[in-house]
Design a protein around this ligand. Structure first.
Ligand code: SAM
Ligand code: SF4
Length: 343
């Protein structure tokens, strides 16, 4: 695809604050087989399938980003593995290893990982983030409103057996998993998996009050600090990631903290997000976006309009987000769900 629609000479993507964009999060669907209480409502309305970018369009967008300096792509959603043609997308994108792309990865809830683990590895994926908020079956079912923990555990097992490195992402929830975090850390590190804790973000209506769910991570960190020996790790900013990491001496593993509410980490942000309908969002915490779909559909054989749309989007990347969860019952900071933008 990149060869016939070439944009290789196009300038690298640098925003007006001098941040180079090397990381794309590409959402392939807004659908999901789970309904996590902090992410979406039980009656979440999904987009009509005809609104989604086709496989060819997703491939084309990704290739244009790679041609302009993106070296890492994370496939996300919704749940990326519920999309029927997802294996083809990984296979296609895997062809860009060695010609621009350094890393292809995904964030998944793990329910369909057993089916896909081998194919992902074959396509060149080496690291996968699995989101998991409890390792107690009843709680897992409650948080996800329908999930089967055993299915996810089988997915994790299959992924590790296929040679994939896994990081567990856990949203810290005041009433639903706060007491379980130390045992989750022990479990993850015992299987050689790093783990990252995330604060709940006020994105989209869920039918639940986020004030009731939000647990500031500095509190958890203090608790873990009292229990174990935590050594802060230097920020190796290769991925411009928002986590700050510690090594836990007793478990030997790494634990990250993502604190969008208690701390702002935007200064080194090197990423943009493209939704499954082709909107590019320059910041998870702001609503400004540029629609790439017209540029994609109106000029199928030429990437000029697409590149112009990317330039416009980059010009509008804000300096930082402004999340707050201030009081009980407050409306979400943004109406958009994380599952729509791609978490
Ligand atoms: N379905 C996949 C999964 O759960 O890994 C990928 C998409 S999901 C939107 C990506 C990540 O966003 C997950 O780790 C999830 O826990 C997180 N997430 C969703 N809504 C969130 C919110 N309101 N605040 C913080 N994290 C959220
Ligand atoms: Fe689905 Fe992921 Fe949202 Fe949970 S966090 S409902 S798994 S998209």
């Amino acid at each position: 695809m990149a060869d016939d629609l070439t944009s290789i000479t196009a300038a690298p993507l640098v925003d007006k604050f001098g941040r180079s964009i090397s990381y794309l999060r590409l959402s392939v669907t807004d659908r999901c087989d789970l309904r996590c209480t902090y992410c979406m409502s039980e009656r979440m309305q999904f987009l009509p399938k005809s609104d989604l970018l086709t496989l060819e369009e997703l491939d084309r967008v990704a290739n244009v980003f790679i041609d302009r300096g993106v070296r890492k792509i994370r496939i996300t959603g919704g749940e990326p593995l519920v999309r029927k043609d997802i294996a083809d997308l990984f296979e296609r994108l895997g062809k860009r290893f060695g010609s621009g792309l350094d890393e292809l990865t995904l964030t998944t809830n793990g329910t369909m990982l057993a089916k896909h683990a081998e194919g992902l590895y074959q396509a060149g994926v080496r690291r996968v983030n699995v989101s998991l908020d409890s390792i107690i079956p009843e709680r897992f079912a409650e948080i996800t409103r329908r999930g089967n923990l055993q299915q996810v555990m089988q997915g994790i097992e299959a992924a590790l057996a296929a040679g994939l490195k896994i990081k567990i992402n856990t949203v810290a929830l005041k009433h639903q998993n706060a007491d379980e975090i130390p045992s989750m850390v022990e479990w993850a590190h015992g299987l050689g998996m790093d783990m990252t804790l995330i604060e709940v973000m006020p994105l989209g209506e869920t039918g639940e009050d986020r004030f009731d769910q939000y647990l500031p991570l500095p509190m958890i960190r203090d608790e873990l600090d009292a229990r174990w020996t935590l050594t802060p790790l230097p920020k190796v900013d290769a991925n411009g990631g928002p986590s700050s990491y510690v090594r836990i001496q007793e478990t030997g593993g790494k634990l990250g903290f993502i604190t969008p509410l208690t701390n702002n980490f935007c200064a080194g942000c090197n990423r943009v997000r493209v939704t499954c309908t082709g909107r590019i969002y320059m910041c998870l915490g702001q609503d400004d976006h540029v629609d790439l779909r017209a540029a994609l559909r109106d000029t199928p054989g030429d990437n000029t309009a697409l590149n112009e749309a990317l330039d416009k989007a980059l010009g509008a990347k804000p300096e930082k987000h402004d999340f707050r969860i201030e009081r009980p019952g407050a409306a979400p900071a943004l109406p958009r769900h994380m599952s729509t933008t791609g978490g």
